[in-house]
Design a protein around this ligand. Structure first.
Ligand code: ACO
Length: 434
């Protein structure tokens, strides 16, 4: 971050003295005005619900150019990472360490993550405390938070080694917990991880094998899952990442912070959109029903949204959606499902929406979730677990951002202020006078 020659001046029409504020430049993207002295100098706050114009931190992990539809992890375009950037664990290494690993570094990183895939045997009792029909995100919020009770040896957030160990533990154990949540929901025994398999192949093994029958891994499907994980691995200061940072700003341990991130991700406006997008396609049912559905979406009183469309930052095609559509096609082809009616419906819906003035004028394009549900369904993942897969993938982004925040000398406890519009000070009346 460098100081710009230009300064911003805030002046007031009532003649109060103007305030000069520094402007900082990042390496790319919009500059920021440093308003930290505003309250001290003027007694006023800024008002920005939803953080439409507020940068809450400086970061060197992920960059999005929403107008161009560009996403970079540590400077590398997502298209290159997804197509020829190696597997998900390479992306994890990149996000955590800032550089892609050499062959030796990768070997060591994979071995370390692999060594941490099992969860404490007692964790199964947490699962057994849930109803079988509990939503997997509710199970994950609980069980990921519970990890803090098992790993007291890595909870000192001021110790870089502890931070590193917690990061590895979270990345390694998330697939085990997500698969356990699934197995529990269908009444099958938990399946232990297999450390001879890759990260994604092991996840599929824990999801789909049983003590009676091993799961035969299919390279195309494993690659598709790996791509889903890479595409969801980080997305700068989105709602769940900001939640993780805010939780962590108080000094809370990383397991608690990631549990907070999972809670935020659960919402349908964020990670829950992949589940909602698939349900929407199922409800529309056929191409003939698209015009009626689009009319409902355009009617502001209906409360209906085109799920998997629109994004706070992308005002162009989400680059992840393009890659996901490609993967969708590959997976359906591999499984002989190229005539999948939901895929056809999704493509028809996308085409119609992209030509419709409502969506064009608002710059609403498909986001990553528009196609990811169809891919996950084809892989055999139940709809209720889609957001859990997203949480699995995003854990590395959350933890990389959390680590970055902890080592940032400018880090302070997050404490937004407010414009108070409630009752001014008044006396409590006796109950018979109210
Ligand atoms: N369907 C219909 N209209 C939409 C949609 C949509 N999916 N998204 C935005 N709009 C409309 C809004 O109604 C608004 O219209 P108006 O100007 O006439 O009032 C305009 O487009 C701007 O939308 P905002 O809601 O102001 O945009 P915001 O940046 O706050 O919201 C969000 C972004 C939450 C993602 C929104 O587009 C949405 O709800 N999309 C559907 C849910 C979804 O797919 N979420 C996944 C996000 S990606 C992710 O988390 C991985």
């Amino acid at each position: 971050m460098t100081n710009s020659e230009t300064k911003a001046t805030l002046s007031f029409s009532d003649g109060s003295p103007a305030l000069e504020m520094p402007i900082y430049k990042g390496s790319i993207g919009p500059d920021v005005i440093d308003i930290r002295k505003l309250y001290g100098s003027t007694g006023m706050f800024t008002y920005d619900p939803g953080f439409m114009s507020t940068a809450a931190c400086n970061s060197s992990i992920t960059y999005i150019d929403g107008d161009k539809g560009e996403l970079l992890y540590r400077g590398y375009p997502i298209e290159q990472l997804a197509v020829n950037g190696g597997d998900f664990l390479e992306t994890c290494y990149l996000l955590l360490n800032g550089e892609l690993p050499t062959a030796d570094q990768k070997k060591e990183f994979v071995a370390t993550v692999t060594n941490h895939t099992m969860v404490h045997e007692q964790m199964q009792f947490f699962f057994r405390g849930f109803r079988r029909d509990a939503h997997p995100m509710s199970v994950l919020v609980g069980t990921v938070g519970a990890l803090a009770s098992f790993y007291h040896d890595s909870l000192d957030i001021n110790d870089p080694h502890h931070r590193e160990v917690s990061a590895i533990r979270l990345i390694a154990k998330m697939p085990t917990l997500v698969a356990m949540a699934y197995k529990y929901s269908i009444g099958q025994p938990f399946v232990y991880p297999r450390n001879d398999l890759s990260y994604s192949a092991n996840f599929m093994h824990m999801m789909f094998s049983t003590p009676c029958e091993p799961y035969k891994t299919n390279e195309v499907l494993v690659r598709a899952l790996d791509r889903i994980l890479i595409l969801h691995a980080d997305h700068e200061q989105n709602a769940s990442t900001s939640t993780v940072r805010l939780a962590g700003s108080s000094g809370a341990n990383p397991f608690a912070c990631i549990a907070a991130g999972i809670a935020c991700l659960w919402g349908p406006a964020h990670g829950g959109a992949n589940e909602a997008a698939l349900s929407m396609l199922e409800e529309i049912g056929s191409v003939d029903n698209i015009p009626t559905f689009i009319a409902q979406v355009k009617d502001k009183n209906s409360g209906v949204k085109l799920m998997g469309f629109g994004h706070r930052v992308y005002k162009n095609y989400d680059p992840r959606a393009k890659l996901m559509r490609e993967t969708c096609y590959e997976v359906l082809q591999e499984l002989g499902l190229q005539d999948d009616p939901l895929f056809k419906l999704a493509m028809a819906l996308e085409k119609i929406a992209l030509e419709d003035e409502y969506f064009v004028s608002r710059k609403l394009y498909p986001n990553v979730d528009f196609y990811s549900g169809i891919v996950q369904r084809a892989l055999g993942i139940p709809t209720a677990l889609f957001t859990g897969i997203f949480a699995l993938a995003r854990t590395v982004g959350w933890i990389a951002q959390w680590k970055e925040m902890i080592s940032d000398p400018e880090q302070k406890i997050g404490r937004p202020r407010q414009l108070f519009v409630g009752a001014a000070k008044r006396d409590v009346p006796a109950i018979d006078k109210r």
